[in-house]
Ligand binder design. Structure first.
Ligand code: NAD
Length: 397
């Protein structure tokens, strides 16, 4: 099968398996170039198949020689459907990481479900003993409430008044205005239910009650703070409310971790990177593009792998932790540097749409947006037949 990008309303409906493999190869190569550090032995990642969860997995598997267990929700290939990028990321991570001679296990299914939590606990007991680090890196549009059987959806909305901002049509490579309406009370509650901290808490509770956490165990989840240009829609909107809830839960979890394990629960504010959802958040694509442009020019741009490697080597297990007054780990300090912010805002507000589209930062953003689905890698010949039937026999371990 020849696989070309299939994009509907700015959303990829397919992925290129060999491009996904290239993405894993590149991140592993980057990780191998970085010095090893003393880190956790056994790591559980909720949401380890893409984005920040995947980069964390690779950084720890190669940087700290960790065993990794990941839970993710991904689609397998079926008939003419290629399967999701995360499905292939899991397969190729498994294949390539065999060289580490460590345990790497994938669970595919709903992390919100009590059954999945129990399955993971059973596996930990049978195969790795106890966990040293739990990374909660879930991003989901919905969460099934297992008590009522109701599917609750999250919403990317403002609170108070509607907002208009620019985004990029990734097929036509054009900039257009995207309006986001304001949320009602229920939509705020629902978004907090899906993207807030209650499921992180549930995971930590079952891991604690099942006695599979090691002394000095740590857990971490990722928040985003950002600057004034994304404030109205992100931090001041429904997603911001969910992040406040996540941060609130980190304090509750921290007390338990400290008391019982002399461990800790952390929130890290990570840098804005290219993600599937970026194009649906007005201003986010333009902000990320301009930010990439400015940070690259100032030689402080980091790949997603390096960002997460630095989090663990310097700030979680090293002695270079930067905390804000609320105790959050500020891995985003390079993005939030006043000089970088000022220049990024200036670029965003004084450039015409044409100028924005021609920025190197915008090219980087668009390239990465395609690459997270396995497209636009120079190493891959996209005219070549992909033996999908054959590859479909592969399943993650
Ligand atoms: P992503 O979409 O790349 O990855 C999400 C992961 O969650 C995937 O592994 C997916 O399979 C998994 N997942 C989703 N629903 C699931 C379910 N029901 N059961 C099991 N697994 C499920 O997301 P990302 O951009 O890496 O974001 C991860 C976290 O980092 C989020 O909390 C996000 O808010 C935060 N964050 C992201 C950015 C950014 O710019 N991308 C910045 C700061 C913080």
């Amino acid at each position: 099968m020849i696989i070309k990008p299939s994009i509907r309303s700015n959303f990829f409906t397919n992925a290129h398996p060999l491009g996904c493999k290239q993405n894993i190869i590149n991140q592993i190569q980057e990780a191998k170039m970085l010095p090893k550090f003393q880190g956790p032995k056994n790591v559980l990642i909720i949401g380890g198949s893409s984005g920040y969860g995947l980069a964390s997995r690779i950084a720890l598997a190669y940087g700290a020689d960790a065993n990794t267990i990941s839970v993710s929700f991904e689609n397998e290939p079926k008939g003419s459907k290629t399967g999701s990028a995360g499905w292939w990321n899991n397969i190729y991570f498994q294949q390539l990481a065999k060289e580490t001679n460590h345990i790497h296990k994938d669970f595919i299914g709903d992390a919100f479900s009590p059954d999945m939590k129990q399955k993971v606990v059973n596996y930990i007991k049978g195969h790795v003993g106890k966990i040293d680090l739990v990374i909660y890196s879930l991003a989901s549009g919905g969460r099934l409430n297992y008590q009522t059987n109701e599917l609750i959806r999250s919403h990317i909305k403002t609170i108070g008044e509607d907002a208009i901002g620019k985004t990029i049509d990734i097929v036509k490579k054009e900039i257009y205005d995207l309006t986001v309406t304001s949320a009602n009370e229920q939509e705020i509650i629902d978004t907090v239910y899906v993207m807030g901290g209650s499921d992180w808490y549930d995971w930590m509770k079952i891991l604690d009650e099942s006695e599979v956490l090691n002394q000095q165990a740590k857990t971490i989840s990722y928040t985003y703070i950002g600057g004034p240009t994304t404030e109205k829609i992100y931090r001041g909107g429904t997603l911001g409310k969910a992040k406040e809830d996540l941060e609130k839960h980190s304090q509750i979890i921290h007390e338990m971790m400290q008391k019982k394990y002399q461990g800790e629960a952390l929130i890290s504010s990570s840098k804005a990177v290219t993600t599937k959802a970026s194009v649906f958040i007005p201003q986010m694509t333009i902000y990320v593009s301009c930010l990439y442009d400015v940070m690259t020019r100032h030689h402080v741009h980091e790949s997603i792998l390096k960002h997460k490697y630095r989090l663990f080597s310097d700030m979680v297990y090293g002695n270079q932790r930067i905390l804000d007054e609320q105790g959050r780990v500020r891995l985003d300090h390079l993005e939030m540097d006043p000089k970088i912010q000022e220049e990024t805002i200036r670029l965003m507000t004084t450039s015409t749409n044409e100028e924005l589209l021609s920025l190197e930062g915008t090219h980087m953003f668009l390239r990465e947006f395609y690459q997270i689905n396995g497209f636009e890698f120079e190493e891959i010949n996209y005219e070549e037949d992909v033996p999908l039937d054959h590859l479909s026999q592969l399943i993650p371990n």
